[in-house]
Design a protein around this ligand. Structure first.
Ligand SMILES: Nc1nc2c(ncn2[C@@H]2O[C@H](COP(=O)(O)OP(=O)(O)O)[C@@H](O)[C@H]2O)c(=O)[nH]1
Ligand SMILES: [Mg+2]
Length: 444
C-alpha cells in the first residue's frame, strides 16, 4: 500500500532527518522533493500546492531551524500535515437513536460496493455486536443478488432480496420494513452502479435515499483509479451528498493519490479502508496512523489493535510493553509467531511493524514453512537459552539443530536474525524515531 509514495517521501526527508542543523535551502529542497513525490503519487495538484505551502511555512515559521534536531521537527510537521490532509482525527460511523441504523452504499460499478457491504456488516457485528441486514438493490446485473447472498452469508448477515424484477426503490423500502420487524440493529443498502456517473444512477440513488432516509451515505471509491476516483467522488458529492468514503482496493494502490486527495477535494473523510478481497481485509481508517505508516514510522497502534482482536487485551498490552521496553526474548518471539499466524497472512502485517517498513527485512518473503522451522528451533532451546540468546554457541547450537531437525547453519541464521530484530527494537526505544511516541499519545 502506497509503497512508491512512501519510498519517495522517506527519501525526500532522509536528508533533513540526518542533519544536525538545517538551512532555509535544505527545507526548500526537501519541499521540492515532497512536491514531486506527491504529484507522482497522483495527488490532486491543488492539494499538493497547499500542502507543501503549509508545511514550508510551518517549517520556517516555528523556530525549527535553530532547534536541536530540526530534521525530526520537519518530519513531525510533515506527519501532522499528512494526517490533517487525510481528515485529522479518525471519524466513526454514527448509529441512529432508534434502530435500525440505515447505511446507503453508493459508487460506480466495480468500485467494491457489494464487497464493502459485506465487510462492513462483518465489521459491525464483530466490533459492536450488531445484527445486520443487507438490502439487495442492485437489480441490473443478474449476478449481483447472488453475489450479495454469497458474501452476506459469509458475513453472517441476513440478505433481503426480491430478485431482479422489482424496482430497487421498492426493494429498499420493503427491506427496511423487514429489518424493523426482525429487530436488526443495522440495515446496509447495496445499490447498483454504472461505469460512469450519469443522471439515471443519481436519480435512483436520490429516490432510494428518500425512501429509506439513511443515517449515513457511504461512497465506495476505488483507490486504484487515482485521480479519476477523486473526480467521481466530487461528482457524487454534487448530486448525492455523502457522509464518508470507503476507500477500496488500497492493497493494489502503490501511489496513494486518491486517499490523499479525497478529503481535501470533497470535504468528506475516509471512514474505512478495504485492503483485499477477503472479508476481514477491512479496517477503520485512521489518518494519523496512515501518515505514520507512509513516513515509515510503522503503525504500532493498528498492529496492537489487530493483536487485541485476536488475543485478550492483556496479552496485547504485555506485547506493547515489551516492544517499548525492549525486553524481548525468544519466548516472546515464539508467542508472537503464533499470534501472527492467527492474525492472518504474515506479509500484510510486516508493513505495520515499526522499524521494518522500508528496511530489508520488509522485503523478505514470508514462507509459512520457514515459520514452522523457526518454531521448531525455538522450541528446541532451553528456557535459559530463550532468555539469553547470546549463550547459544558451539555445542548448544548443535543440540538445538538436532532437536529441531535443522542444521547448525539454520540455527546460526535465526540467532543472528533475532539479534538484528532486538537491535531494531532497541533503536526505537532509544529514540531513533523519537516523535513516534509523542505522535502515538496524540493519536489516542
Ligand atoms: N484487491 C481488492 N479487490 C477488491 C477489493 N474490494 C473489492 N474487490 C474486488 O473488486 C471487484 C468488484 O467488487 P464488487 O464489490 O463486486 O463491486 P461493486 O460492483 O461496486 O459491487 C470484485 O472482484 C472484488 O472482489 C479490495 O479491497 N481489494
Ligand atoms: Mg455490486
Amino acid at each position: 500500500m502506497f509503497d512508491a509514495l512512501s519510498e519517495k517521501l522517506q527519501s525526500a526527508l532522509s536528508d533533513v532527518r540526518a542533519r544536525g542543523t538545517l538551512t532555509e535551502d535544505d527545507v526548500a529542497k526537501a519541499m521540492r522533493e515532497i512536491r514531486l513525490a506527491l504529484l507522482e503519487a497522483d495527488v490532486n495538484f491543488k492539494v499538493v500546492k497547499s500542502f507543501t505551502q503549509t508545511v514550508k511555512e510551518r517549517c520556517l515559521g516555528a523556530d525549527v531551524l535553530g532547534r536541536l534536531n530540526p530534521g525530526q521537527q520537519v518530519v513531525k510537521i510533515v506527519s501532522e500535515e499528512l494526517t490533517a490532509l487525510m481528515g485529522g482525527s479518525s471519524a466513526g460511523l454514527p448509529f441512529a437513536p432508534r434502530p435500525p441504523t440505515v447505511i446507503l452504499m453508493a459508487g460506480l460499478q466495480g468500485s467494491g460496493k457489494t464487497t464493502a457491504t459485506a465487510k462492513l456488516a462483518r465489521h459491525l457485528k464483530s466490533e459492536h455486536g450488531s445484527s445486520v441486514g443487507l438490502a439487495a438493490c442492485d437489480v441490473y446485473r443478474p449476478a449481483a443478488v447472488d453475489q450479495l447472498m454469497k458474501v452476506g452469508a459469509q458475513a453472517d448477515a441476513e440478505v433481503y432480496e426480491q430478485g431482479t424484477d422489482r424496482d430497487p426503490v421498492d426493494i429498499a423500502r420493503w427491506a427496511l420494513e423487514r429489518a424493523k420487524q426482525d429487530g436488526k440493529d443495522v440495515l446496509i443498502v447495496d445499490t447498483s452502479g454504472r461505469l460512469h456517473v450519469d443522471e439515471k444512477l443519481m436519480a435512483e440513488l436520490v429516490a432510494i435515499r428518500k425512501a429509506v432516509r439513511p443515517t449515513s451515505v457511504l461512497l465506495v471509491v476505488d483507490a486504484m483509479t487515482g485521480q479519476d476516483a477523486v473526480n467521481v467522488a466530487e461528482q457524487f458529492s454534487q448530486a448525492v451528498a455523502f457522509d464518508g468514503v470507503v476507500m477500496s482496493k488500497l492493497d493494489g494502490d502503490a501511489r496513494g493519490g486518491a486517499a490523499l486527495s479525497v478529503k481535501a477535494v470533497t470535504g468528506k473523510p475516509i471512514l474505512f479502508a478495504s485492503t483485499g478481497e477477503k472479508l476481514d481485509q477491512f479496517e477503520r481508517f485512521h489518518p494519523d496512523r496512515m501518515a505514520q505508516r507512509i513516513l515509515g514510522m510503522g503503525d504500532v497502534l493498528s498492529f496492537i489493535e489487530k493483536a487485541e482482536a485476536q488475543f485478550g487485551e492483556d496479552e496485547a498490552k504485555e506485547l506493547e510493553r515489551k516492544l517499548k521496553r525492549n525486553e524481548f526474548t525468544f519466548d516472546d518471539f515464539l508467542s508472537q509467531l503464533k499470534m501472527m499466524r492467527r492474525m492472518g497472512p504474515l506479509q500484510s502485517l510486516m508493513g505495520m511493524i515499526p522499524g521494518l517498513a522500508g528496511s530489508d527485512l520488509q522485503n523478505v518473503k514470508v514462507d509459512e514453512r520457514e515459520i514452522d522451522r523457526i518454531e521448531a528451533i525455538v522450541l528446541s532451546m532451553t528456557a535459559l537459552e530463550r532468555r539469553r540468546p547470546d549463550l547459544i554457541k558451539g555445542s548448544r547450537r548443535l543440540r538445538i539443530a538436532r532437536g529441531s531437525g535443522t542444521s547448525v547453519q539454520q540455527v546460526n541464521q535465526l540467532v543472528k536474525q533475532f539479534a538484528q530484530m532486538q537491535k531494531l527494537m532497541k533503536q526505537m526505544g532509544r529514540g531513533k524515531m523519537p516523535d513516534l511516541q509523542a505522535l502515538m499519545r496524540q493519536g489516542r
